[in-house]
Design a binder for this molecule. Structure first.
Ligand SMILES: CC(C)(COP(=O)(O)OP(=O)(O)OC[C@H]1O[C@@H](n2cnc3c(N)ncnc32)[C@H](O)[C@@H]1OP(=O)(O)O)[C@@H](O)C(=O)NCCC(=O)NCCS
Length: 193
């Protein structure tokens, strides 16, 4: 190999190292983080390596996110202050989802049908617990203080009213309120990204 080729390869290797560094800083420990996503300083996020967040999302201060089995969030989605994702299961959240202040997404929970303790502070092998999955589509509103339980699917375009308990699957484009949730109407459909 002549010196010119060697210099060129060295230059390319250095450029690749620099790009890797930029990518590492940009990803800040996440499995994936898209461009233009803002995560405010006081958001508390555990197990970042199990979290993929797309582009142009906003994660407000005082959110609590515990990624157990895995979290995937699409693009243009907002998590308002005091929302939480907890329970150690998994969750997929789509694009353009508005998650208002105080929403609780519970991906796993204590299981009183099993023999075992209900406290997360008990020794892990003595706890009765299961981990589930939550699927939240695109273009959805989860209004203030609503609670989403494990193993439910919320269809595209759905509206979940303030303080609603989502304990069953939600039909796409439907409007739902109450504890437990009930459908009160439908929303006009439009093309969703
Ligand atoms: C769900 C929502 C959008 C429905 O609005 P709407 O279509 O105008 O509904 P209405 O106010 O006409 O109410 C229809 C019925 O549902 C009931 N209802 C509405 N919202 C409810 C709620 N969150 N929980 C329980 N019942 C509710 C009303 O009392 C009414 O019942 P009735 O027919 O027995 O009198 C609205 O009530 C709501 O919860 N908005 C969320 C506000 C919010 O948190 N935004 C986040 C900003 S960051």
């Amino acid at each position: 190999m002549n010196q010119k080729d060697k210099d060129y390869l060295d230059l390319m290797a250095e450029a690749t190292r620099q790009l890797d560094k930029v990518e590492e800083i940009r990803n800040k420990g996440f499995k994936y983080l898209g461009v233009g996503t803002i995560i405010y300083d006081k958001a508390h996020i555990i197990n970042k390596e199990n979290i993929e967040i797309g582009s142009y999302c906003k994660i407000d201060d005082f959110t609590f996110i515990y990624a157990g089995k895995g979290i995937k969030i699409g693009n243009f989605t907002h998590l308002g202050a005091f929302t939480s994702i907890s329970g150690g299961g998994s969750i997929n959240i789509g694009n353009h989802v508005g998650i208002s202040q105080g929403v609780r997404m519970v991906t796993g929970t204590n299981d009183y049908k099993q023999k075992g303790y209900m406290s997360a502070a008990s020794p892990i092998e003595e706890q009765a617990f299961y981990k589930g999955h939550i699927e939240i589509g695109n273009n959805i509103l989860l209004a203030t203080n609503s609670v989403v339980l494990p193993n439910v699917k919320i269809g595209d375009g759905a509206i979940i009213g303030a303080c609603t308990l989502v304990n069953k699957d939600i039909e796409p484009w439907s409007v739902n309120v109450g504890v437990p949730c009930r459908k009160i109407g439908m929303r006009e459909r439009f093309e969703t990204l």
